[in-house]
Design a protein. Structure first.
Length: 409
């Protein structure tokens, strides 16, 4: 029903897109050579064989590649280049809105880099790509929706002194604090930094995220950072239910005020519930999923990534995305990491429509949730106008491909 040409043509979004996991492989090699950074290979074939694979044994192997991508992303020039190329790659496959997320503290070098310089460099690359694309005649004349973007800052659930020069210094300055206290302070410092930079410099930092190892690092440890973000009118998303289950998701919603949730793969897995006070685990899951659906707390689904990091998931048809659709939960489809998962938004949508019972109306809703539940960098009225332009354009694409948007989703 949904041809490749149709999937490419529709105006897509990617709300779950990690900058440091989405470099062009040829650019990674070029920057590593230029900056004399040691790599396991300096050919695309070699890196695909040794680091960036089609499948991984576990999450640890999946995350291994980030040590190389982050290593080349510690100069303003490289950050700008990576951001610019990522925007171009999305534009080339019909993606009209992206939210790029990354952890600025991973890229800070106390000698030559600061949080301001890092965010400014990333924004410069994205803004350049945006201006170039929006010069198109069809966009200037209002016949197609423009390209836009937002930046999401990631706090790390855990970090060590060896994670980056900044984290090394941070540990050194707080030598009398326990590791978890230092990690919480790091998240709060990031929250204060991005709010100030947003307000002072006008950079479209639209959201705050909590990323990294979920197991052993519950969302509740980061209440102070998220309360600060919440009080300063910045949107919140949280990686939740990627390694833990419903309790972690509940905590993200209640303690961290999450507007959206990343992954939620284990939302329906009662075996992941460990709280002995929860006697009826199935009822807990049912109540939580019903609450998420009713409140339109959108789940950022990343199918390929979940297949690669969850060895138990042998068949994509067994992914919890199917159950989310049955329960009418608001979902949007993202890539997570275009390089590490060797994917695109178009590939992810194709994977979804080929393996789940998605009607034209359901696909339309999924696509539009990406716009409606985005952290759009503008006023509510501006966002409504932008979403309306997308809806009109989507209808034109349906007519062009003679697809009936029947209301049976």
């Amino acid at each position: 029903m949904f041809r490749d040409e149709f999937i490419k043509a529709i105006p897509k979004t990617d709300l779950h897109l990690h900058l440091d996991g989405s470099l062009r492989l040829e650019s990674l090699i070029d920057m590593a050579k230029k900056d004399h950074i040691e790599m396991p290979s300096y050919t695309e074939e070699g890196l695909r064989e040794k680091v960036f694979k089609d499948s991984y044994n576990d999450l640890g192997e999946y995350l291994h590649g980030f040590m190389y991508t982050c290593a080349v992303m510690r100069t303003p020039e490289n950050l700008e280049r990576v951001a610019y190329e990522l925007a171009i790659d999305n534009q080339n496959e019909g993606v009209r809105y992206i939210e790029i997320r990354f952890a600025p503290q991973l890229h800070i070098d106390n000698m030559s880099m600061s949080m301001e310089i890092i965010l400014e460099a990333v924004n410069r690359g994205l803004e350049k790509a945006k201006k170039e694309f929006n010069r198109k005649k069809e966009i200037v004349e209002g016949k197609e929706p423009s390209f836009n973007y937002g930046i999401v800052a990631c706090a790390m659930r855990m970090f060590g002194a060896n994670f980056s020069p900044y984290y090394g210094s941070f540990y050194g300055l707080h030598r009398y604090s326990r590791p978890m206290e230092i990690i919480r302070m790091g998240a709060l410092e990031l929250a204060k930094g991005v709010v100030k930079i947003r307000d002072k410099m006008g950079i479209p930092i639209v959201g705050f995220d909590l990323a990294g190892q979920e197991a052993g690092y519950p969302a509740g440890d980061f209440i102070d950072a998220y309360n600060f973000i919440h009080r300063n009118f910045m949107h919140k998303t949280v990686h939740a239910g990627e390694a833990y289950g419903a309790e972690s998701i509940f905590q993200a919603i209640t303690d961290l005020h999450a507007d959206r949730l990343g992954h939620c793969y284990y939302l329906f897995d009662t075996d992941k519930i460990t709280d002995s006070e929860i006697e009826n685990k199935q009822k807990y899951v049912d109540d939580l999923s019903s609450y998420i659906a009713e409140k339109r707390i959108t789940v950022e689904v990343c199918l390929t990534s979940n297949m690669q990091t969850n060895p138990r998931l042998k068949n994509i048809k067994d992914h919890s995305f199917g159950e989310m659709l049955k329960r009418k939960i608001s979902t949007t489809i993202g890539t997570d990491n275009r390089l590490v998962s060797n994917t695109t938004v178009s590939k992810e949508i194709k994977l979804a429509v080929e393996n789940f019972n998605i009607t034209p109306r359901m696909l339309r809703d999924i696509i539009l949730y990406g716009y409606k539940r985005s952290f759009y960098p503008g006023s509510y009225l501006e966002k409504r106008k932008y979403v309306r332009s997308v809806m009109n354009y989507y209808s034109e694409i349906l007519d062009r491909f003679d697809i009936k948007d029947c209301n049976n989703g």
